[in-house]
Ligand binder design. Structure first.
Ligand code: SF4
Ligand code: SF4
Length: 337
């Protein structure tokens, strides 16, 4: 449960975000930097198409580039810090503050999400121009590094769409939920890898990136869609009300790509020897990522739920058994005779 001061914290974060984004350009920077349809361009070329501007004072330096992008960089660093603090402190309250910030700032204000188009770009070497897209590189670098170090932290608290569906979870009554049988859940989780492979193949054969519109709903944050796509999004969100995190668990090609990357994860979630028989964490995991004693890193989004249980000395059998065996060993031996 979230603590009572959470609403105040959320309002404070919202106020900061509204202040920070009130003077942003109408076209979100990240869309221009790394997202579909608007490839990064040289701002000088864009503003001076005919080459009339010979003003030597306008010479571009790293100083001017950094100054121009300083606010985006600073806000992104602040968001990354919030993400890591909430993760390391295992704080439910800070996690929800991070999710709200992800939706409001990264989603609606900046349209800054990792898209399957970025995966295509990585494969073909077609990435945004570095010097004009420092915030995008910081964002993408943060995603890759955190995935290699800890797993799909990006999906658990950075992706604006994933954050939106997790916040939806807070308001949907638990009795509306449909729990899928394990065999179906495990098979459905493979669909996203098939979608990643299919769209990648389609892109490599046709060089057409427009396919992203039909496999990921992130365009909703930049509001560029046909009526059919909005209807599809509506159906997806309604389905998510009944099947928790439906898109993330079963359909997202970006989640699949990060899942494959998280096979390299260095710092994994610890397990106790008691985890072999105890099923408490397995039932707690809303992402279907715990199978017996094993945590399936490709599906785990580092939501902290099992780790909080794991450290709970009142609920986790490991601690209960440990306490009992310590008490037994301290008990004085019965006298004989
Ligand atoms: S699975 Fe996809 S939509 Fe879900 S959080 Fe990850 S990247 Fe975002
Ligand atoms: S409950 Fe544990 S295993 Fe499941 S997604 Fe969260 S952190 Fe990963």
């Amino acid at each position: 449960m979230m603590q009572s001061s959470t609403p105040r914290l959320v309002v404070a974060v919202l106020l900061v975000l509204v202040w920070a984004t009130t003077s942003l350009d109408a076209q979100p920077d990240a869309v221009a930097a790394g997202q579909p349809d608007t490839p990064a361009t040289d701002p000088q070329l864009a503003e001076d198409l005919w080459g009339f501007d010979d003003d030597e004072d306008a010479v571009e330096t790293w100083g001017t580039l950094l100054r121009d992008q300083a606010r985006d960089l600073a806000l992104l660093v602040a968001f990354a810090a919030l993400t890591l603090v909430s993760f390391f402190r295992k704080s439910v309250r800070l996690k929800y503050v991070t999710l709200v910030a992800a939706v409001v700032y990264l989603g609606f204000a900046k349209s800054q999400l990792i898209s399957v188009v970025n995966v295509y770009g990585l494969v073909t070497g077609n990435l945004p121009i570095f010097r004009y897209s420092l915030a995008w590189y910081l964002f993408a670098g943060f995603t890759v590094v955190t995935t290699v170090l800890w797993g799909r932290l990006y999906c658990g608290r950075v992706c604006a769409f994933g954050a939106l569906t997790q916040l939806l979870d807070l308001i949907v009554p638990a009795r509306w939920r449909v729990e899928l049988p394990v065999w179906l859940e495990q098979r459905a989780a493979r669909v996203k890898y098939g979608l990643l492979a299919a769209t990648m193949l389609y892109f490599l054969v046709t060089a057409d990136i427009a396919v992203y519109r039909y496999v990921e709903p992130f365009w909703m944050f930049s509001r560029r869609a046909t009526t059919g796509m909005w209807v599809g999004l509506g159906v997806l969100l309604v389905a998510t009300v009944f099947v928790r995190n439906l898109y993330c668990r079963f359909l997202c090609p970006v989640g699949a790509a990060l899942g494959l990357l998280s096979k390299l994860t260095v710092f994994r979630i610890k397990r106790w020897s008691e985890c072999t028989s105890c099923k408490i964490c397995e039932k707690t995991c809303e992402w279907g990522a715990i199978r017996g004693p094993e945590i399936v890193m490709t599906e785990c989004v580092r939501c902290d739920d099992c780790e909080r249980l794991y450290m709970d000395t009142a609920k986790c059998p490991h601690w209960i058994i440990l306490r009992r065996s310590t008490a037994t060993s301290k008990r004085p031996a019965a006298s004989v005779g």
